[in-house]
Design a protein around this ligand. Structure first.
Ligand code: SAH
Length: 472
């Protein structure tokens, strides 16, 4: 982050604006909204500033800028067209530790103005740190469209009830639940449509109802890594969570979308570190939910596909805890799509089988003759450790040595790497990859060359063939 966004309370604080042309006027209008004491230094002032002066909204010092005018000043805006003077103001302010903004010269700013969406008391401020003003404008338009015009009224009316609600619901979680319920009730619609009386009667009714804290466990699939692939429901739940227990595979991009006040607990398995057992994870889930918390269990991909989601759900249900399941895009679906490999295709594969490579070799229940049927695409999760044995079994049971395979690492993310090769090259290719890696076996892999569409931005050479990187 180049700049830390904060909101300044400028009420009754002295600010100084040097210059009194149109650019200064824009900043003065903004400062007026904050009720700051506005002092203007300029030899001449424009007609609009003259009006503000006549209404006693600003003070005018009809002088050249002098250092002495910085005394007792909290913040300075330099809006002159004299670059030398701007430089002096910037340096002097820095010496005196006064916040300074030289308009249109970011190098001489100790703070910058964000783009503002004002629904006071709700204020949204966004910035591109001066890097992409047009992108910022487009974003702003989107946010504007999302926020109801009477958002400020919603906040103001609710604000008047804060004390009463605090008295009624002493427990923080109870209070939080009350407000969440209120803001997703008809209360909001009443205010938007100007029915203030009905809105207030909704609050009155809701406040009388006992607010019993009911905890729950929500299994959420985080998708294969790229946060764009999170479902809308998952995003909503991440914003409502009290606690989030997350795994190793959940990407930082997804973690960044969790409500900032939620407690995040890492329960994954990381190489070299002692990992928490499944039994302990389940115990923790139940313990937290029984405290009335909304516990999100966040897992990579989909919780029910090689994610032990079933076991956790079962334990929560056995403990009489309310549960929800939010499906995620499993790696097999997401990663293959981002690699341009359709898992089924009328000309190449009549079906698809998802298996895990982990412990699959000793698992007698694996029917190798079905897995070796060339009319099915085989998707192998966690295949890196047993890659060689898997390929040997498949070849033994009838898959051709030349069967095309794709090994995709860190699929769907900007680090995605796709390597195409043959089944009998599997071991060598896996040695070149950084996990997590997904293995796809079958004729559909041939389509990758034509259908490949997603390229990472940092490495344009991300699509390679086995023979181009290993000398086979
Ligand atoms: N529940 C998860 C799978 C967990 S098993 C899901 O539905 O996707 C973990 C395995 O998933 C990894 O070893 C790897 O084989 C695969 N995987 C998960 N994310 C991946 C990614 N971004 N790229 C490639 N493989 C991935």
């Amino acid at each position: 982050m180049d700049y830390l966004p904060i909101f300044l309370d400028l009420k009754h604080k002295n600010v100084l604006v040097v210059g009194a042309g149109d650019i200064a006027l824009n900043k003065i209008k903004l400062l007026l909204r904050s009720n700051a004491i506005i002092n203007i230094i300029a030899k001449n002032i424009c007609s609009e500033i003259k009006c503000l002066l006549a209404q006693n909204k600003v003070f005018w010092i009809s002088q050249e800028f002098k250092i002495v005018y910085l005394e007792n000043i909290f913040l300075v805006i330099a809006a002159t067209n004299n670059t030398q003077l701007n430089q002096i103001i910037f340096e002097e302010c820095n010496k005196l530790k006064i916040l300074v903004n030289v308009v249109d010269d970011q190098s001489k700013c100790s703070f910058i103005f964000p783009s503002i969406i004002d629904r006071s008391p709700i204020v949204v401020a966004i910035s591109s740190s001066g890097k992409a003003p047009v992108l910022l404008r487009l974003l702003r338009e989107k946010i504007e469209a999302l926020l109801p015009t009477r958002l400020g009224d919603i906040a103001n009316i609710a604000g008047k009830w804060r004390k009463i609600v605090k008295k009624k619901f002493v427990n923080f979680l109870e209070r939080k639940r009350f407000w969440e319920k209120l803001f997703s009730s008809i209360f909001v619609q009443h205010i938007i449509n100007g029915r203030e009386k009905q809105a207030i009667s909704t609050i009155e009714k809701m406040i009388k109802k006992p607010n019993i804290l009911i905890g729950e466990v929500i299994l959420v699939g985080a998708g294969p890594g790229n946060s764009d692939l999170l479902t809308l429901r998952a995003l909503q739940v991440l914003q409502e969570a009290d606690v989030v227990l997350y795994d190793n595979l959940v990407s930082q991009d997804v973690l960044n979308l969790i409500r900032r006040d939620a407690k995040c607990i890492y329960v994954g398995k990381r190489a070299g570190l002692k990992s928490i057992t499944q039994k302990k994870i389940i115990k923790l889930l139940i313990f937290l939910a029984k405290q009335g918390k909304r516990v999100v269990r966040l897992k990579g991909g989909d919780a029910f596909i090689f994610g032990r989601g079933g076991e956790e759900l079962e334990a929560a249900k056995n403990a009489n805890i309310n549960v929800q399941v939010i499906p995620g895009i499993t790696a097999g679906i997401g990663v293959s799509a981002y690699a341009g490999i359709p898992l089924t295709h009328r000309d190449y594969a009549q079906g698809v089988i998802f298996i895990t490579g982990h412990k699959c070799i000793n698992n007698i229940s694996n029917n190798w003759s079905i897995l070796s049927d060339p009319s099915y695409t085989l998707v192998v999760y966690m295949g890196s450790l047993k890659a060689l044995e898997i390929s040997q079994q498949l070849i033994l049971h009838g898959r051709l040595k030349s069967t095309p395979i794709a090994i995709i690492s860190q699929g769907t993310t900007i680090n995605q790497k796709v390597i195409i090769g043959r089944l009998d090259e599997i071991d060598k290719i896996f040695k070149l990859t950084v996990g997590p890696t997904l293995l796809i076996i079958g004729q559909v892999v041939l389509l990758h060359k034509k259908l490949e569409w997603f390229k990472n931005l940092t490495n344009f050479n991300n699509i390679e063939t086995a023979s181009s990187i290993i000398n086979v």
